[in-house]
Design a protein around this ligand. Structure first.
Ligand code: HEC
Ligand code: HEC
Length: 254
């Protein structure tokens, strides 16, 4: 009896001491906590100043749009990053087709603008992750030929799509920018969701586009030739297969 009471008392005191230690440590940790609020608000202030000076005349202070520029509501970080990283925005003239150029902002300023636009116009498409090392070149070539070559040309070096619109060369685009273009569909380009181009297709597509860029136009042509050879081979194999079947059938009839 006495022994049990003694054990209980010791247990209780141990629990109390551990509790006290946790409370003290917690208090110490709390007093050393980082101050994210001030860092965030610096970015917020920078983003707001940049937005009001460079974007609001066309997209409105509340991002709801004006006659000179569309609403940015629910457009999302992928579109803002794409437009700024490729130097398309800020547009000089609202009637121009946005074109790739030198980015007007540093990547820190771009992050601030993305954060600020995200705070006044939340939602939309997040910046996609694109991992070219997870891609497959043959799959990428197939995805490109099926979905993109019609506008951007078989070598991805750009083509006219009619109505004065140009599908530009894809060579200058980084893998992330390729992913962003695919997911947002800038201008007259259609947007491709994951139901059409899934993550593996996207990784492969970007890997293929980087590959033809790094191997130059010749690389593209060579791959085109390899493709033609592969197609020829498929035709021969399928043709032979049919021939064999036909021979077998006619043989069986005899
Ligand atoms: C002179 C007017 C003008 C200015 C300044 C301007 N934009 Fe634009 N913006 C446009 C127009 C016009 C479009 C539509 C272009 C198109 O699709 O042909 C557009 C499109 C966009 C889009 C794509 C919208 C969508 O629906 O996909 C984003 C994002 C964007 N602008 C962000 C910005 C940001 C951020 C700034 C400031 C750094 C900025 N723009 C400055 C006129 C402007
Ligand atoms: C209907 C024609 C069309 C199709 C199909 C199309 N695009 Fe585009 N693409 C365009 C046009 C037009 C632009 C320029 C849009 C703008 O700047 O307003 C563009 C822009 C781009 C850019 C930005 C290039 C840069 O660096 O400035 C990339 C990357 C891109 N497309 C990739 C693709 C990929 C990958 C596919 C296939 C999954 C594809 N496009 C399918 C018409 C098309």
């Amino acid at each position: 009896m006495a022994a049990t009471a003694n054990t209980e008392a010791r247990l209780l005191s141990r629990v109390l001491r551990v509790g006290l230690a946790v409370a003290v440590l917690g208090q110490i940790a709390w007093s050393f906590r980082p101050e994210p609020s001030s860092a965030q608000s610096d970015q917020q202030i920078q983003g707001r100043a940049l937005y009001e000076a460079n974007c609001s005349t066309c997209h409105a202070l509340d991002a709801g749009g004006t006659v000179n520029g569309p609403s940015l509501l629910e457009v999302g970080p992928a579109a803002v990053d794409f437009m700024l990283a490729t130097g398309r925005m800020p547009l000089a003239n609202p009637n121009d087709q946005p074109e790739r150029g030198q980015p007007k902002f540093t990547s820190e300023q771009i992050d601030a603008l993305i954060a600020y636009v995200g705070s006044i116009a939340p939602g939309g498409e997040p910046i996609p992750t694109v991992d070219t090392s997870a891609g497959d070149l043959a799959l990428g070539a197939q995805v490109f030929l099926n979905n993109c070559a019609g506008c951007h040309g078989a070598g991805a070096s750009g083509d006219s799509v009619g109505g004065g619109q140009i599908a530009p060369s894809i060579y200058p685009a980084s893998p992330t920018e390729i992913g962003e273009a695919v997911r947002i569909g800038p201008g007259v380009m259609p947007r491709f969701g994951p139901e059409t181009i899934d993550q593996r297709d996207l990784d492969s597509l970007a890997a293929y586009l980087v590959w033809i860029r790094d191997n130059g136009d010749d690389g593209g042509l060579q791959l085109g030739r390899v493709g033609a050879v592969a197609e020829g081979l498929v035709a021969v194999v399928v043709g032979l297969g049919i021939l064999i079947v036909v021979l077998r059938l006619t043989g069986a009839k005899r």
